[in-house]
Write a protein that binds this ligand. Structure first.
Ligand code: AMP
Length: 281
């Protein structure tokens, strides 16, 4: 496995691979790898000859009061896990390498989709995400990029960016990997106290309550949301930030549930903000 920190060296390496006709798949991450990230590597491996992983805690997608400084990092461990899982190339740039002129003057903004769900509470977040993903696409020129359904809104925005800006990258979205008790794996789970960790699977239980109502034939979005809300409200350690039932393309609220609609939530456990979602129907 090669580990590269500079754009120039990476371009050189990948240019060579491309000239030999090897198709590449990119797995963008912020590191502190867990099985969720590694499942994306497995998917990438199935789809391409060369698996490239980026590890970069992107300052542009953190708000001023968010956890950029505290975000967990362990590059050495990440590199061992990536190598073991069969990643071919890791790109781990510094913030200066990615943003030599900071702040960038040209960014990617998708207000209509960004202002929904998480974006309502994280102004500028998706502008940061889209901008760094566009930069990674320009530097790496992958044929495929693999993202997780865990960050549902992010995957919708990235697909739309590729469509609207004619970026020739095939976007793949892999299912959410969970702990045995249902908690979605997240680098931020390490922030949870033991009590919060015990309460955290309630997020998934709430989504499951909604799912089973839909499986019984319920199509009224208000009643489906209420079923999930009731489960969340019963856990005093959870403060729900949003719980919304949306269509998977425009992210508009729906009144009648149709197959493919998504119930998405964000909630605080203490100071830790977690997200989760499920596809209904
Ligand atoms: P992050 O390092 O949190 O920015 O995540 C990098 C990629 O891993 C994103 O595409 C996430 O959606 C994906 N990811 C994070 N957690 C999970 C999970 N539990 N299951 C599947 N994919 C995940």
């Amino acid at each position: 496995m090669r580990v590269l920190n500079s754009v120039v060296a990476l371009r050189e390496q990948l240019g060579e691979e491309r000239s030999q006709g090897r198709r590449s798949a990119l797995v963008p991450t912020m590191g502190f790898l867990h099985e969720g990230h590694l499942s994306l590597v497995d998917r990438a491996r199935q789809l391409a000859d060369l698996v490239v992983m980026s590890i970069f805690v992107n300052p542009l997608q953190f708000g001023p009061r968010e956890d950029l400084a505290a975000y967990p990092r362990d590059l050495e461990r990440d590199l061992a896990l990536a190598a073991e899982r069969g990643v071919d190339v890791v790109f781990a740039p510094s913030a200066e390498e990615m943003y030599p002129t900071n702040p960038p003057q040209v960014t990617i903004h998708a207000p209509r989709l960004s202002d929904r769900l998480c974006g309502r509470f994280r102004p500028g977040h998706f502008e940061g995400v889209l901008t760094v993903v566009a930069k990674l696409f320009n530097v790496i020129e992958p044929d495929i990029a693999v993202f997780g359904q865990k960050d549902f809104q992010q995957s919708v925005l990235i697909r739309r960016m590729c469509q609207d800006l004619n970026m020739p990258v095939q976007i793949e979205v892999a299912p959410i990997v969970r702990e045995a008790d249902g908690l979605a794996l997240s680098s931020r789970n390490v922030y949870l106290s033991p009590e919060e960790r015990r309460a955290a699977p309630t997020l998934h239980r709430a989504l499951r309550a909604a799912q089973s109502l839909v499986a019984q034939g319920e199509t009224d979005a208000g009643r489906v949301r209420a079923a999930a809300h009731e489960v969340l409200a019963a856990e005093p350690l959870i403060q729900t930030q949003y719980l919304e039932l949306v269509d998977p393309l425009a992210l508009d609220d729906v009144q009648q549930v149709r197959p493919g609609d998504v119930l998405a939530l964000a909630a605080f456990l203490g100071r830790t903000r977690l997200i989760d979602n499920t596809v209904l129907g």
